[in-house]
Design a protein around this ligand. Structure first.
Ligand SMILES: Nc1nc2c(ncn2[C@@H]2O[C@H](COP(=O)(O)OP(=O)(O)OP(=O)(O)O)[C@@H](O)[C@H]2O)c(=O)[nH]1
Ligand SMILES: [Mg+2]
Length: 294
């Protein structure tokens, strides 16, 4: 039997719903989702396997003009997603105008590979606005096939997925047929805690945080995890911990609940906070946290 497989890379502005779409395709919460921009920092693979196909999706950080080293590394993940794609998904949301980065936009409009332009969040738009937006994007990216979707409400998601499978090249699978992602378990622990930090703290705090899981010990019925929450300054450490440790405790409880669902086991989660001065601007630190993919 012929087998099809390929890389389908999702790119677009911050907060348009890229991670929501990838999770909808995969049927698991592989990528964290919040209403804040720059939620995704890595390139995260989500693999969907069928009898005669393997779709290797990449969720990527939203495209921004980098202001510090961490953001430059995030944009390197986006660049790499252009390089190995068999199919590009360019996601925009209702009401959005264009990519903030002209060079990336040109790569999309000059693309030699199929581009699916997904106009997301149509659950929030009127019929009139939708028609106007469809017209606008058809003119802006004439080489793309356009699909209005709602990743959140699962509208047109199956249709897009079927189109992806139809466009896949003939190829043997790239990953084992039972694989769901290329990331290790510790990565999902880090991301789950980071999501709770994004949800519970304001302003700059979540962007100054990085998580490192130091211990992941799996038994038959329980997983024991110890994770460090790294911040850039002492004042941030105080804010993360909160009055009598209440803020950190809340993060721990919320993360544990999600991790128990994700791993299907009881979780014992221990967290502590450490200051790691200016880690976001330090190339060595970034490499240690898995950002520099050069
Ligand atoms: N109304 C509506 N909201 C959506 C839809 N898809 C995603 N969202 C919401 O948009 C916000 C951002 O979603 P994400 O999936 O995190 O967006 P992203 O593009 O991955 O964001 P970054 O990782 O920061 O670049 C979240 O609050 C989602 O719930 C949709 O179809 N309709
Ligand atoms: Mg995301």
């Amino acid at each position: 039997m012929a087998h099809k497989a390929g890389f389908v890379n999702i790119i677009g502005n911050p907060n348009v719903g890229k991670s929501t779409l990838m999770n909808a395709f995969v049927g698991e919460r592989l990528s964290i989702i919040t209403s804040k921009a720059q939620t995704t920092r890595h390139r995260i693979l989500g693999i969907v396997n069928g009898e005669d196909f393997q779709v290797v999706l990449s969720d990527t950080p939203g495209i921004i003009k980098p202001a510090y080293e961490l953001q430059s590394s995030m944009m390197d993940f986006v660049k790499s997603a252009f390089e190995d794609a068999d199919i590009l998904i360019y996601m925009v949301e209702i009401g959005e105008k264009e990519l903030k980065d002209e060079a990336f936009f040109k790569k999309i409009t000059n693309s030699k590979i199929p581009v699916l332009l997904l106009l997301n969040k149509i659950d929030k738009s009127s019929q009139e606005q939708l028609e106007e937006q469809v017209q606008l994007w058809k003119e802006k990216v004439p080489n793309a096939e356009l699909y209005p979707i709602s990743a959140l409400e699962n509208f047109n998601v199956t249709e897009v997925f079927n189109r992806i499978v139809a466009l896949l090249p003939d190829s043997p699978p790239f990953y084992p047929k039972d694989a769901l992602t290329d990331k290790p378990e510790r990565f999902f622990v880090n991301e789950t805690i980071r999501e709770k930090i994004l949800l519970n703290y304001q302003k700059e705090i979540p962007y100054a945080v990085e998580i490192e899981t130091e211990e992941f010990l799996e038994d038959d019925d329980i997983i024991r995890i110890r994770a460090v929450i790294m911040v850039e300054r002492d004042t941030q450490k105080g804010i993360i911990i909160g009055h009598k440790g209440a803020a950190l405790k809340k993060v721990g409880i919320q993360a544990r609940e999600d991790l128990e669902k994700f791993f299907g086991k009881k979780i014992h989660l221990e967290t502590y906070v450490k200051v790691n001065k200016n880690w976001r601007s330090n190339a060595n630190q970034l490499r240690r946290f898995g950002y520099n993919n050069k």
